[in-house]
Design a protein around this ligand. Structure first.
Ligand code: HEA
Ligand code: HEM
Ligand SMILES: [Cu+2]
Length: 651
């Protein structure tokens, strides 16, 4: 009896590793601290009614932001652990099995639980305000999206503490991810963490697509819409076509693992190549869908801080849409070495073709700056750092696209350097630029610039110190996913330099956290409504905006309408308020997310009963929502008048 309890607990709780113990203890301590603080300050009710049940896109955006910064921390800790292990030859700080787990969780978390939610944070914070809408098209669904993302991410993170992490790489190639080679719950965590949060991503894609197509302020024709909203539209198109592929792929992998089918194993007539094709049919569009909104941020920031209209608006829109389309025709470049040479030739050309619309965008940003009155404010700094960084990252991508050459680069540190350069230089810098740009709008106070400058330089210098040596390491033959190497390889000095860079970026992140904490303490509310002399509608309302955003829906006549109105002195509007129709808060999305978590946890440990209970809970939540007719209300005119008078609305 005692023996079997012991066995169970040692399976259940990963034992024997001080790192894991450390993480376990710190997670438990943080949870106890949170519960204590909430109880001590009597904040439970506030938390529930203001945040957990909210359907307000601005608050959902803030929750996405907090979650993604936490995940950036977790993914960053993984990165630092790996770089520490690689700093010197023959290190045994992380044994190879731990190393496998950590690059897997790092890659998965950074792309799916950091970059994606940071992107959704920006969608939520900005899109409705920018197109003159009072919320997204489906506010309730928006809350469902957030909570499925959140509980999916939590489930994935739980693997670190209970049962063991997945270790087959961020794309979990079959047959390595099949039961024969990856027994235990790790791989199931991967499947269910991603499936559950994937529901949220797909729903958000649909939600924002409909919002942009249907909820624009009167007069805002598509070709007058701000560039960021265009980039969101193109990204949503990719989400809607790519995410179902991921769902099916992981669904098949689950059937293989749970029911012993053989879709992806040669044994029963299946084929691992099916998996590789399917996962990259999602995986490649995935990396473009996270970078397009970053392109949108750059377009807004470049125009605002050069005091000029974006150069080549139509070509910018065309470039975004063609990247969306082309992104679906390049997936084989990830396995040139496994395909036929004729197939390789086709996919090499489609891959290189993406450099054309991307190049158009880069040149247009530069033409926008040309002869502009450039202001070096924090968002602009990140944008200017992005351009050369992304250019080199893109160019090394084109080198990889040369199929015969890729036989050399493939799976080497050259590849690692390429994708970190586009992901950090493009996606991360882009989203940072966006957060710095829209922060005063959402929070109503500005961020301390001095601390931000430290963060900026540490991230930038750190980035180059980390990843430039890796291109050379790639040429020197260092493969990806190795946990250690010998002195005789000659890789030691460059690896050591690379590790120093990783710590510099870590310090950059700490400065950002400090910057946020400092700025919250010393709230500087000066000019928060329109601090950058903005061009688009979000800058026409107070900061933070009231829950209904616009007391009066603006009428749009120009591209960069707010800028135009400011120039022409047309900013005053008649205060002719009407009652505003608003959605009511609801606890169902949170509860449904919780049931998804139970489902995922049950299926991860192959406790079918628990999976079924969870699914019944999910179904019940849906039914309860359908039976509920009390889902909306009107804000009366006198309340709008009071709010506007208080926050200094309507100019
Ligand atoms: C945001 C993410 C992002 C972005 C934007 C890109 C952009 C590009 N990527 Fe990258 N890529 C990844 C993320 C990304 N990639 C990831 C995560 C992997 C590895 C996954 C893994 O294996 O785990 C990968 C892997 C990868 C491979 C696989 C290599 C291998 O496994 O061996 C290839 C091969 O073709 C490739 C090519 C390209 C190309 C051609 C672009 C182009 O879009 C770049 C276009 C941009 C420019 C070229 C710069 C601007 C252009 C101009 C100024 C015009 C003039 C320029 C020229 C004519 C050169 N990428
Ligand atoms: C903050 C600085 C970062 C550092 C120092 C870093 C470091 C690393 C290291 C050491 C690896 C493992 C390489 C190997 O052994 O093969 C890796 C892999 C990876 N990283 Fe990062 N990383 C950073 C940020 C990011 C970000 C921001 C993203 C995504 C947005 C990202 C995405 C990935 C992916 C997808 C992998 C591949 C995982 C796999 O092989 O399965 N990284 N990174
Ligand atoms: Cu690709």
């Amino acid at each position: 009896m005692i023996e079997s309890i012991k066995n169970f607990s040692s399976d259940f709780f990963v034992t024997g590793d001080p790192l894991i113990y450390g993480a376990d203890v710190s997670i438990v301590l943080v949870m106890v601290a949170i519960i204590f603080v909430l109880t001590y300050f009597k904040k439970w009710k506030w938390l529930w009614s203001e945040w957990l049940t909210t359907v307000d896109h601005k608050k959902i955006g803030i929750m996405y932001l907090i979650a993604s910064l936490l995940m950036l921390f977790r993914g960053g800790v993984d990165a630092i652990l790996m770089r520490t292990q690689l700093a010197f030859p023959n290190m045994d700080f992380l044994p190879s099995d731990k190393y496998n787990e950590i690059f897997t969780t790092h890659g998965t978390i950074m792309i799916l639980f950091m970059a994606m939610p940071l992107m959704f944070a920006l969608f939520n914070m900005v899109v409705p305000l920018q197109i003159g809408a009072r919320d997204v098209a489906y506010p309730f669904l928006n809350a469902v999206s957030f909570w499925t993302f959140f509980f999916g991410a939590m489930l994935f993170n739980l693997s670190f503490v209970i049962g063991g992490s997945p270790d087959a790489g961020w794309l979990s190639y079959a047959p390595l991810s099949e039961t024969q080679f990856s027994e235990g719950p790790g791989q199931n965590y991967y499947i269910w963490g991603i499936q559950i949060s994937g529901i949220g991503s797909l729903a958000s894609g649909i939600n924002f697509l409909v919002t942009i197509l249907k909820m624009r302020a009167p007069g805002m024709k598509l070709m007058k819409m701000p560039m960021f909203s265009w980039s969101v539209l193109s990204s949503c198109i990719i989400i809607i076509f790519a995410f179902p592929i991921l769902t099916v792929t992981l669904g098949l992998l689950f059937i293989d693992r749970y029911f012993g089918a053989n879709f992806f194993t040669l044994a029963g007539g299946g084929n691992p190549m099916y998996y590789v094709n399917l996962i990259w049919m999602w995986g490649h569009p995935e990396v473009y869908l996270v970078v397009l909104p970053a392109f949108g941020v750059f377009s807004e920031v470049v125009a605002t801080f050069s005091k000029k209209k974006i150069f080549g608006y139509k070509s910018m829109v065309f470039a975004l849409l063609s990247i969306s389309l082309l992104s679906f025709f390049t997936w084989v470049h990830h396995f040139f070495t496994m395909a036929d040479y004729k197939v390789d030739a086709f996919f090499a050309i489609t891959t290189m073709a993406i450099a054309i619309p991307t190049g158009v965008k880069v040149f247009n940003w530069m033409f926008t700056m040309f002869r502009g009155r450039i202001q070096m404010k924090p968002p602009m700094l990140w944008t200017i750092a992005f351009i050369p960084t992304f250019l080199v990252g893109g160019a090394t991508g084109v080198m990889l696209a040369v199929a015969p050459a890729d036989f050399q680069y493939h799976n080497s540190y050259f590849l690692i350097a390429h994708f970190h350069q586009v992901l950090i230089g493009g996606v991360v810098f882009g989203f940072f630029s966006g957060i710095y740009y829209w922060w005063p709008k959402i929070f109503g106070f500005s961020l301390n610039e001095k601390l931000g400058l430290w963060a900026f330089w540490l991230w930038n210098i750190g980035f180059y110190v980390t990843f430039m040596p890796q291109y050379a390491l790639g040429f020197m033959g260092m493969p990806r996913r190795v946990s250690t190497y010998g002195w005789d390889m000659g890789w030691a000095p460059l690896n050591f330099i690379s590790t120093i860079g990783a710590f510099l970026m870590g310090a950059g992140f700490i400065f950002q956290v400090w910057q946020i904490v400092y700025s919250i303490k010393h709230r500087n509310k000066e000019g928060a409504a329109d601090p950058w002399d903005g061009r688009t509608l979000e800058w026409s309302i107070p900061s933070p905006p009231p829950e209904y955003n616009f007391a009066i829906i603006p009428k749009v006549s120009e591209q960069d309408d707010w800028w135009y109105k400011k120039q022409k002195g047309l900013t005053k509007v008649k205060e002719d308020y009407k009652p505003i129709h608003m959605p009511k808060n609801s606890g169902i999305p949170f509860i449904m997310g919780g049931f998804w978590f139970i489902t995922g946890f049950g299926l991860t440990f192959e406790w079918t009963w628990m999976g079924i209970i969870g699914l019944i809970g999910v179904a019940t939540s849906i039914v309860v929502r359908h039976l509920d007719n009390d889902t909306d209300y009107y804000i009366p005119v006198d309340e709008i008048e009071r709010t506007e008078a208080r926050i200094g609305g309507t100019r």
